[in-house]
Design a protein around this ligand. Sequence first.
Ligand code: MN
Length: 300
Amino acid sequence: MTELPIVQTIVPVTHDLGDFRVHRALPSRDRTMVGPFIFFDQAGPAKLEQGQGIDVRPHPHINLATVTYMFEGSFLHRDSLGSCQLIEPGAVNLMTAGSGIVHSERSPDEDRAKAAKLSAIQTWLALPDGQEEMDPAFEHVPETALPVVEAHRARARVIMGSLWGETAPVTTYANTIYADISLQPGAAIPIDSDAEERGIYLAGGDAALDNLRLSPMTLYVLRPGLGATLRSVDGGRVMLCGGEAFSTPRHVWWNFVSSSKDRIKAASEDWTAGRFEKIPGDAEEFIPIPKGTPKTVSYP
Ligand code: MN
């Protein structure tokens, strides 16, 4: 009997934030990580009216790296290192929290001046053992610097790691694969088996893996070591994510990820006491630590 290429199906939890919705596939009840990916969110798609904008106020992170990737619209990123960077579709923002960083993400004024669309994939990568407390860093890689591979009626932008012989220039800490794959009608492309853990997420349109039809906004964990063919009838957009399996577990609470629960507790106390660095130009507002029964994660 042929082995099925999918070992786990993760239906995201949807949070309604008023102006837009976020669909969170990771962490989920049944699985925390796929390779280094420990948080996988699709924000939107949403339509913001003139005068509306998204304001993710200053909040802290530790022991992880965040990867912001826009489908539509833009965000202005600011952080406690002094970075101030507009991100637009096709580019990558990699923010390494390491020992601690504070950032905000807000709609730029030019988007608020008109009706604007917003759709993005926000992921967090856990940092490997021994690198969790590295110095914080911020890296912006523009769309033009990311390799694009076109074959078999598909067009893949390599965001992190290597795919089909092309390697993205974005920094990685653990072995990582992350790609944005646009499928034209009739596409049929091989998904290699080289990454230890792999996930496929259908962001829009239709797609099937071998003969299994995929549901939108759902994360499918692929069978390790087994190649498969990704197809589309009418066209679709798929994110491929994964990389090396971590040998030690990670804990997630609010905006913190760490191999140590005590470290997360210390970070919470530091945030409550105002001991994190401030963001130049965005030092007034902040997101407080959630009170009461803490959610595993709350959207910033
Ligand atoms: Mn954040």
